[in-house]
Design a binder for this molecule. Structure first.
Ligand code: SAM
Length: 207
């Protein structure tokens, strides 16, 4: 089904397709095709003005959101991996021609605490075991009516595997992800839908 859906996709701006190829060649994890389509849809449908991304890598998804959002949209993105930061910076200099993107260098655990409220769209795409720790700050800075979008929440289905079928490290990550999903579905401040798009995604609206 995913291959069929992706076969209908018209692709992105050529520089994004090029960046995607480079990321794949260098083993940099970036959002999948169907996730890209959903993000583009959400840019057009919810028209966010102030976006926060947690997990920039080399800037592919930030540039995708910049490309397909309104001209006055601003994007702040966080990355802690020193090897990826200079590449992201270079890509933003080259492709973020409208200066929509600001890169914050460092650990999201620290940086999120320093951010002020006012975001209408948060894209969570960092260390999967940390989502549950990032959530309180995300809820603090997300506007009412704003969207929290989280990627890789089903880990190709591994999240629902028996704990004995996975390694100890993955067991911990999966347990934390299950806790995160439970919280998203049971927190009275949120209305959440869990989708099997890409590697599993959630869309949560702040009530
Ligand atoms: N959103 C990117 C895209 O699709 O183009 C991909 C992000 S990649 C899946 C996840 C990134 O999050 C990695 O580059 C990793 O270094 C970063 N990351 C993980 N934990 C982090 C943390 N606590 N603070 C900041 N960055 C983190």
């Amino acid at each position: 089904m995913t291959a069929f859906i992706n076969s209908l996709d018209r692709g992105n701006a050529p520089y994004l397709d090029e960046l995607e190829k480079r990321a794949k060649a260098d083993d940099v994890p970036i959002i999948r095709k169907d996730t890209q389509a959903l993000l583009k849809f959400l840019m057009a449908q919810s028209r966010p003005k102030n976006i926060l991304e947690v997990g920039c890598a080399i800037g592919f998804s930030a540039l995708l959101m910049a490309e397909y959002s309104d001209s006055d949209t601003r994007i702040t993105t966080i990355e802690k991996f020193e090897k990826r930061i200079p590449i992201a910076k270079e890509n933003f200099i080259q492709y973020d021609t409208n200066n929509k993107i600001t890169l914050l260098e460092g650990d999201a655990t620290e940086i999120l605490k320093t951010l002020s409220p006012g975001y209408d769209f948060i894209f969570m795409d960092a260390a999967k075991g940390q989502y549950i720790n990032f959530l309180p700050d995300c809820l603090r800075i997300l506007n009412k009516g704003g969207l929290l979008v989280s990627d890789n929440v089903l880990q190709d289905g591994d999240v629902i595997e028996s704990r004995f079928a996975v390694t100890r490290r993955d067991r911990t990550i999966h347990a934390r992800m299950r806790e995160y999903l439970y919280e998203l579905k049971h927190n009275d401040a949120l209305n959440t839908v869990i989708l099997t798009v890409g590697d599993g995604m959630t869309l949560s609206v702040r009530l």
